[in-house]
Write a protein that binds this ligand. Sequence first.
Ligand code: 5AD
Ligand code: SF4
Length: 471
Amino acid sequence: MTGPVSPGPRKRLFVKTWGCQMNVYDSARMADVLAPLGYAPAEAPEGADMVILNTCHIREKASEKLFSELGRLRGAKQAKEAEGGRMVLAVAGCVAQAEGAEITARAPYVDIVLGPQSYHRLPEMVARATRAAGHVIETDFPAEDKFDHLPEAAAPQGPIAFLTIQEGCDKFCSFCVVPYTRGAEYSRPAAAVIAEAKRLVAQGAREIALLGQNVNAYHGDGPDGATWGLARLLRELAEIPDLARLRYTTSHPRDMDDELIRAHGEIPALMPFLHLPVQSGSDRVLKAMNRGHTAADFLRIVEKLRAARPDLALSSDFIAGHPGETEQDHQDTLRLIREVGFAQAFSFKYSPRPGTPAAGAPLQVAEPEKDRRLHEIQELLREQQLDFNRSRLGLRMDILFTGPGRHPGQLAGRSPWLQPVHAEGPLSLVGQVLPCEVTATHPNSLAARILSSPGAAEATGDPPNQEKAAA
Ligand code: 5AD
Ligand code: SF4
């Protein structure tokens, strides 16, 4: 796949993505795999030569959403055929993995069904689908095959880039489909990750977010023959010149070891913001969830992290109404939220995922009760997010500018805590990390004033890499 491939006639590819950042990454890689075949991105599915729906199965209504989208696309596919053309329709991602047979039965006009580990086989599958009638289904290849066969050439992602370093999960939380749809835990070799990171930086990335369902369980083969954990990998990546910022997501408290916590204090490029899902504040529920940690374990980790990096802010995931959750358990969750204080967080109503242990468990919580608990959790988290954003007012911080803002003359960027920021400034500053002062705060974003742009920094003798110099 790495040799020169002469592109065929230009064809149009539309990809729709649901779900997490890993799906966004996978969608981009699917487009990369298809680019040598002449597929270029299309803005809309109508008239496209190929449409990929990259699905997510983690919470409810995934298959309903998919089938209603497929119903709409059927018309577009028929219209294309009426003009003598052909639209290859593919369903990818975790719903494809979990419900492949049902998809081809209910929507026989779907040409390709492919699981998350089969993307590198897309060109061959497209060729088979365009040659033959009937479906092409691929849902069982190991992750290492996929990463070994993805092309090196990739479309640039911009100043913030995502890099999948780990896939799958062996933890089997009671509520979660990931171990079934994404399969066993797999870590990419460190050398492959470093090479990809260097390519991303050469293409203009200043910040890289390392992705994995269980990213801090990373244990890749190191170039020195040893197994590298995430801390070791982060230290190496932080050495890449011009890479100003590093993040990683999503983590599990059980894998938050002391070496990784230390890395937060010692690697300036590692941003002071961590998404660490806890799911519940009740030990009873955490046990029923098979999380392998208690509320106190989580609080201890938070304490150690804050000791290592005092400006660290936290994000998390919460589930309201897991089977067996009582009012007292719910109160314990609210207490944990108050105790930690989150900069932002995601919270979800428990939704039974077929095939997971919790789905068949007794004592399912009634819908209205789940709604109420979720509402209470969200209210508290919303207040905490407001407080956190307000606490940034007047602060000086480095902002990475990522593109134009919504209004003319405005730039969009990200704070060290991943908050969206807007500031007045020319587009030439996109891709720069610049010292700014926060002038206003909003529920979901900050406004800032640029304190010095690159020319001014030279004049004052400031080092050009503000982010690394900051700590
Ligand atoms: N119901 C509700 N939320 C869920 N999540 C995963 N599975 C379920 C489910 N069955 C949430 C968890 C996880 C996040 C990605 O999605 O909080 O951390
Ligand atoms: Fe799902 Fe639990 Fe694995 Fe996270 S750790 S992906 S919630 S099974």
